[in-house]
Design a binder for this molecule. Structure first.
Ligand SMILES: CC/C=C\C/C=C\C/C=C\C/C=C\C/C=C\C/C=C\C=C\C(=O)SCCNC(=O)CCNC(=O)[C@H](O)C(C)(C)COP(=O)(O)OP(=O)(O)OC[C@H]1O[C@@H](n2cnc3c(N)ncnc32)[C@H](O)[C@@H]1OP(=O)(O)O
Ligand SMILES: Cc1cc2nc3c(=O)[nH]c(=O)nc-3n(C[C@H](O)[C@H](O)[C@H](O)COP(=O)(O)OP(=O)(O)OC[C@H]3O[C@@H](n4cnc5c(N)ncnc54)[C@H](O)[C@@H]3O)c2cc1C
Length: 615
């Protein structure tokens, strides 16, 4: 859409006091990455077949999927071309990738998300060298997914009921779904797209259960795409979001696969049925760990999209004067509005930085694991659980705050804020539900608190537990170091309270698991345990308000620095030119309800009632 840039946005950009490009390069981890990202964006966004004539929201459930799958295979082809062209696109913590712009192409989710994001990465991480050589061929016919959750079990994966029983007479595993609750339910791309899957099942050899293992199973004929004998597969129906992801269900009726289809990098079943144990029994859960780490960066990106839309809109939108004799003000001038939005910008940066840090930690710990050193895995798991849980919860709350900050117009699908919310709130549940993950972190903290309480040696990372016990914490200081000290005090105090409740429950004769459950609210909720005083809080509050005023002139510059193209934002409210009302009117004109001047329902239903006595 052509036309002039909104005057208020022009003024905002003139006011900006910092170099926007420099911040973009920092976000992209370097200018070279910015250049590459833009090249890839240009290349892909210029593919005409990827753009819709009719907005996605007006399509039926079936049409949406068919439209998305058409685009998914165009994108897959491009991914392969880029890959063979030696452009580094697999490290999605740096922006030299095509993941982020996919939000614009699909306005929803790529049905191949799990194929690319989890299927291949799990094979790469958990299959033996020989299996990788066979399965990771660039021209493979396999379209796969990651099949773990069942109708009856999602969080408690040890309760998974699908079985894989070794038959040494034929050298095969028999995959079986013993009852309705064991049906696989949720995997993305399973409904219609995938012809293969990585399935998590309980391994049985000679009547002994060895726990959960991952198996590669073909489920559809590569040529006809019909389900193979013994396979019942389908799609689970409409959801709050992710409606182009064809999440599916799957049941096995004694479906046989070769023994060599168990992923055997860390664990093996030999021809004679000998079971060779892994070095650590949670290595099978590695894909969940990696995805949790990945999600932190993805959620930071979703926050930057929501902030861009809401800040630009707030600079364009004028509503109410502040003094009654003045003209109406940009809503961005209201301090309460600044509070709603600037925290979203800040959170995006926080989770971006922490996501990158986690990504590098994951690389380091994985390299150690390859060398046989598992020592850092528990800490990484505890951190990934906590950060995935809070980043997803914060992101969905802040995206919703941005939507509300756009008033009624934020409720329009054309603002794209409802879609961003539906996407982020799903992340609170998938890849480990929020509370369940926080309890994993709590379990880790309580272990170290027990050491501290028993005056046993602690690793350096937990020295502050001892400081707390010895009351060595300094008085609160309003400085970054003081804030970090404050957080340490909160963690120590919260862990102590939960631990004390746990001990009290145990003394009262409860078994550990029951005592744990009774303490679980304390284990997940933070309390105020710092040395902060009322005066400190007042000083912090006024400093906060000063900071809002300092950020105000740079607000639009800050979101421009995220450098998200209009085709990706997909928002009438957030486009770079700020022509909000023109875009809203243009989008409304696409509604099928505006196709006829008088809708036929008038003649069928309305007129017979309203004109009843007048005909
Ligand atoms: C085209 C685009 C392509 C790609 C896109 C790429 C990038 C985009 C950006 C990001 C998105 C990427 C992908 C996701 C996208 C979309 C999401 C859609 C799909 C979602 C998929 C799924 O949801 S898959 C299913 C996930 N399921 C779960 O997460 C289940 C949650 N439950 C658990 O993980 C576990 O059951 C539990 C951790 C809760 C407990 O396990 P349990 O066996 O009961 O163990 P415990 O007895 O409690 O603990 C035993 C000890 O083991 C430790 N432990 C547990 N888990 C781990 C682990 N993973 N690693 C290491 N250690 C672990 C635990 O702490 C205990 O230790 P102790 O020492 O205390 O004994
Ligand atoms: C959009 C989307 C995509 C998905 N994609 C996939 C996929 O590709 N592959 C796949 O395998 N799965 C997928 N899933 C499934 C997902 O991983 C599970 O939904 C998730 O792990 C949560 O499990 P659940 O649904 O069984 O919830 P439940 O575990 O039943 O949780 C329900 C409630 O019980 C509480 N609860 C459960 N256990 C405890 C406990 N021990 N202590 C305290 N509270 C507890 C939870 O906090 C929550 O409040 C997807 C889900 C969604 C929403």
């Amino acid at each position: 859409m052509g036309g002039r840039v909104n005057e208020d946005l022009i003024k905002e950009r003139r006011k900006c006091t910092f170099d926007i490009k420099e911040l973009t390069h920092i976000i992209d981890c370097g200018e070279e990455n910015t250049i590459k990202r833009k090249q890839i964006d240009n290349y892909i966004l210029n593919i005409k077949e990827l753009w819709d004539d009719v907005p996605e929201e007006y399509l039926s459930h079936k049409e949406r999927y068919e439209n998305a799958i058409k685009k998914a295979f165009i994108v897959l082809k491009v991914l392969r071309q880029l890959h063979t062209g030696n452009i580094q696109i697999t490290d999605h913590r740096t922006p030299t990738n095509v993941y982020s712009i996919q939000d614009g192409i699909f306005r929803n989710v790529n049905p191949l998300l799990i194929h690319i994001g989890l299927f291949w990465s799990t094979i790469a991480a958990q299959a033996s060298t020989e299996q990788q050589a066979e399965w990771l061929q660039p021209d493979s016919s396999m379209i796969g997914t990651y099949v773990q959750t069942e109708l009856g079990h999602g969080s408690f994966i040890r309760g998974i009921e699908t079985t894989a029983t070794y038959d040494s007479t034929t050298d095969e595993f028999i995959l079986h779904t013993p009852r309705l609750s064991a049906y696989k339910w949720w995997p993305g791309g399973l409904g219609n797209t995938a012809n293969a899957c990585l399935v998590m099942a309980q391994l049985y050899i000679n009547g002994t259960c060895h726990g959960l293992h991952i198996f590669l199973a073909q489920i559809r004929d590569f040529d006809t795409h019909k389900p193979l004998p013994g396979i019942k597969v389908g799609e689970i129906g409409p959801k709050m979001g992710f409606n182009t992801a064809d999440n599916g269900f799957l049941g096995f009726d004694n479906h046989r696969i070769p023994r060599t289809n168990m992923l055997m990098k860390n664990v093996q079943v030999l021809r004679d049925g000998t079971y060779v144990k892994p070095k650590h029994d949670k290595l099978t859960y590695g894909s969940m760990l990696l995805t949790r780490v990945t999600l932190i960066s993805d959620l930071a990106y979703q926050l930057s999209k929501a902030a861009t839309i809401a800040v630009r809109y707030s600079a364009v939108r004028r509503q109410s004067p502040i003094k009654s004799n003045e003209p109406e003000r940009q809503i961005l001038d209201f301090v309460s509005q600044q509070h709603k939005l600037f925290i979203t910008i800040a959170s995006s940066h926080v989770y971006r930085v922490v996501g990158l840090w986690m990504w590098n930690s994951h690389k380091r710990v994985t390299a150690d694991i390859h060398e046989g050193n598992m020592g850092q895995l528990p800490e990484l798991h505890a951190l990934a659980c906590c950060l995935k849980a809070i980043s997803s919860r914060d992101a969905s709350a802040l995206v919703e705050q941005c939507r509300l900050a756009c008033g009624g117009h934020g409720y329009m699908m054309a603002s794209n804020l409802p879609q961003i919310y539906a996407y982020t709130t799903a992340a609170v549940t998938y890849e480990g539900e929020y509370t369940v993950l926080l309890l994993q972190t709590a379990r880790y903290l309580v272990k170290f608190w027990r050491l501290a309480a028993e005056h046993k040696p602690l690793p350096q990372n937990f020295a502050y537990f001892e400081d707390y016990i010895k009351k060595n914490f300094e008085q609160w200081r309003n400085s970054p170091e003081g804030i970090i000290e404050g957080f340490k005090a909160i963690v120590a105090g919260k862990t102590k309270a939960a631990y004390d409740t746990l001990q009290c429950n145990l003394r009262n004769g409860r078994e550990f698991e029951e005592a744990w459950n009774m303490a679980s609210v304390q284990l997940t909720n933070a309390s105020e345990y710092s040395t902060i005083s009322r005066n400190d809080i007042e000083a912090l509050q006024s400093r906060y308000e000063e900071l809002l005023a300092l950020i105000r002139p740079n607000a639009v510059g800050l979101v421009d620095a995220f450098d998200i193209r209009d085709e990706v934002l997909c928002s009438t409210l957030g486009a770079y030119d700020g022509r909000v009302y023109e875009r809203m009117m243009e989008e409304a004109s696409k509604s099928p309800l505006n196709e006829d001047v008088v809708n036929e329902s008038f003649h069928k239903y309305i007129r017979p009632v309203t004109m009843k006595n007048k005909l």
